[in-house]
Design a protein around this ligand. Sequence first.
Ligand SMILES: Cc1cc2nc3c(=O)[nH]c(=O)nc-3n(C[C@H](O)[C@H](O)[C@H](O)COP(=O)(O)OP(=O)(O)OC[C@H]3O[C@@H](n4cnc5c(N)ncnc54)[C@H](O)[C@@H]3O)c2cc1C
Length: 414
Amino acid sequence: MVDNKSTSSSTSSAVAIIGAGPVGLYAALLMGKAGVDVHVFDKEENVIQSPRAIAYFPVVLEDFKTAGIYEDVCQAGWKNTIGASWRKPKNGGKLAHLGGNDPTKFAIHLGQHELAAVILDHLSRLPNVSVRWNTSLERFEDLESESMVKSYFAYGPDKVPQQHVSRFLIGADGGRSTVRKLLGLPLDGFTWDDWQIIAANVVYDMDTESDWGPANFIVDPDIWSVIAKTGKGPNWRVATGERVIEGLTEGSWDEEEGLKRTRQRLAALLPGNTDKAEIVKISPYKMHQRCAPSFRQGSVVLAGDAAHLTNPIGGLGLTTGLMDASLLGHVLNRILVDGQPSSLLDVYAEKRRAVFVDFTSPTATANRQRLLGTDLETLKEREDFFAKINKPDIPFLKQMFESEMGVYSNPETI
Ligand SMILES: Cc1cc2nc3c(=O)[nH]c(=O)nc-3n(C[C@H](O)[C@H](O)[C@H](O)COP(=O)(O)OP(=O)(O)OC[C@H]3O[C@@H](n4cnc5c(N)ncnc54)[C@H](O)[C@@H]3O)c2cc1C
């Protein structure tokens, strides 16, 4: 059951999830389908609508089959059987192209808020799952001796106090995670201090204006970008690099100045007459490579952006978060339904942290450098990479597609 109001002051469930982003909702679905009693809490009135993740790769789509949402996700999104290109800006030409040879391997383009809507629809059919909006976690007590976590929330604008008791608590509350902070865990790593990203949702008839495909990495030391369809119709995401400037950060954004800069950037980047482009929404954000030192403390676990943050070039942030949710859902089902020991959560925590540190962060860093790097090492790597793709070097491509599995943790091995 999904409700928008919460009036009772004290509730309980086997699992409480903080955060109704895609990661929290996906974990709720996997456990809800196994019959586990789950309550999800989110401080917002509804799913966050700002321009964020837009692509789901084969490894995630396979998982969606198990969760029963594959068909609906494919129906809601746009199927990319064409692949991705690396290009110079505007009419500078194509440098390399990857994919498009095997129609059974495709990505689905769909805004993450639309993915969340699909999952919410499936959750609404599960009487053992509830989603409570306008409910912000303030603190919790992990009463390990009593095998329970007591959480304290503030509900609505009047901050009405609410309490909830659960066996386990999942922090899926994003990069500024209250759960992680309450656990006293830092996000180790670094923030890229040279560049930030301006993400814009743009309506533009690129198919008429150009021969560009649905996913484009723009290679340029000054105006590097990722430009991709966000779903059906002429809807595009332009995520473009801006040198870090004072006063141009999340939460301190001058709309007028932002619109002016983005329009200039579109003219420099996109083919055709960009005066026809409609800029729907813009968000500036910083890029990080950061990870919590541990994803578990007692009955409390972290998943998604609450546990790790990466730059978004190549779409590995949410991909990794959804694969966290997949393993975590599986592990908690084993504990709560099959009676396995809760020490299984350590396996979840270690495996998923290793995936971020050993695969996600280095791969996303290489993806980013390939677009904007000018040092000799990067130039050589880029040249080799494009040569292997364009040749094509089959063993290299096979290895690359297989490496996508680096983001996945097979639950059967636990
Ligand atoms: C511009 C941009 C583009 C991106 N593009 C891509 C991409 O193409 N591919 C990709 O894979 N990733 C991408 N990412 C990353 C992706 O958006 C994140 O990895 C994803 O949102 C993580 O999902 P999540 O559910 O962990 O967290 P979130 O989506 O941030 O959800 C967290 C939820 O927790 C709630 N919350 C927070 N604090 C509390 C509290 N105290 N109490 C209750 N609720 C709380 C919030 O309201 C929110 O709904 C992009 C990110 C950005 C910023």
